[in-house]
Design a protein around this ligand. Sequence first.
Ligand code: PLP
Length: 388
Amino acid sequence: MSKKALGLNTICTHVGEIKDEQFKGAISPIYLSTSYEFDNVDVKRYPRYFNTPNQEYLVKKIAMLEHAEDALIFASGMAAISHMFLAFLKKGDHLVVQNTLYGGTSNFIKEEFPKYGIEYTFTNGYDVSDFEAAIQPNTKLIHLETPSNPLLTVTDIKAVADLANSKGIISSIDNTFASPVNQNPIDFGIDLVMHSATKYLGGHSDILAGAVAGSKAHIERIWNVGKNLGGSLSDFTVWMLERSMKTLALRVKAQTKNAKKIAKFLDKNNKIAKVNYPGLKSHPQYELAKRQMHDFGAMLSFELVEGIDAMAFQKELNLIKSSMSLAGVESTMLLPSETSHALLTQEERDAVGISNQLIRFSVGIEDYKDLKQDIKQALATTKVSSLA
Ligand code: PLP
C-alpha cells in the first residue's frame, strides 16, 4: 500500500516502527547502545549524530505526519528552535519573528542573538503586513507561531509563506499548539515546522523532546549544526515518544472535541470577560482558522472578570490541575503572567495583551461534563472582591 494513502491513525500507529525480527514482538525494540561497530560503512551510528535505529525510525513518523521529506528529533522544543535558528542565521543576518509567541522563544532570541551578532525584529502584530514591514535586506528567516501561546492568535500561514518565498527567505513555524493532527503548514508553503514534542506529540506529561520537519536539504543543514551543538534526544525517550505518538490523533481529536464545547460554555459565563479560541465565531480570525486548520485544537485561554483573583480560582479547581506545561491527556491550567511568560516584563506582557487575569487552558480527554462541573464549582466558590 502506498504510504501516502495511509490514514492518520495508521501513520501514528505503524509508520516508524522497527520490526522486531529477532523475537517477533509487537512493538519496536529499543536500542540503547551509544557505541556501534565501525566497519567503513557509510553510516557511522552515534546518538549525537541523530542516527541510532530508534532516532532514524521515529523521524519517519514525524515527517509523514507533517507532510515533510525528513525530520530531526531533539532533547527539547527549545533545542529544536535553537538548532533551527542557528542553522539558518549567522552573524549579520536578520530574523523576522512574530511578536505573540512562546516566551522561551522570545527570551532565547533576546538573550542569545546579540552574542552571535544576529539581528532580529519582532513584528508589531500577526498580520502579513506586519511581517512584510519588518523585513530588511539581510532577513534570512521568518518565524511564526499559530495558534500562538497563550493568546491563540491566528496568523495567515499561506500569506506569510508566500511573502517569504517571493523574497527568497526561509520560513519556519512553531506548530506545537495545533499539532500535525490539526494543522499541516508545509501544505501552505512553509519550509520548516517545529514542535515542542513535550506537548501533544508526547501527550502524557512525561517526555521532554523537540522536533523539526522539512525538506531533506534543510534538515541536512540543521543536522550539520546539530552534530556540533549536541542536542539530540536519548534513545529511551525516543522510544517513549514513538510509543506515545501511536495515540496522537486519537488523543488530540478527543481533546479538540472537548475544547470546542468548553470554549462555548466559558463564553456564555458572566464571570469570564473574554475567551480566546479560534473555533469560536467571535474569534477575529475564525474564518482564517477554519481555512488553514483541520480542526481548531485543544488549547484556549480566557480572562476572568476583574475582582476574581486568577490564582485563587485555580486553587479551587479539583479535577483540572494547575500545571506549568500543556497538551497532556489531563486538563491543566496556568497563569501565563506567572509562568510561561514570566520572563517578559510587565510592559512587554501588556504590549501583547497578556493580562494578570488571563488563564491558559489545555483541555484534556476527560469527560466534558466533569470538566464543566469543575469550572462551575470553582467559579462559584472563588471569592469575588468586586465585579467590574
Ligand atoms: N513552543 C511552544 C509553543 C511551547 O509552548 C514550548 C514550551 O512550553 C516550547 C516551544 C518549548 O518547548 P520545550 O519546553 O520542550 O523546550
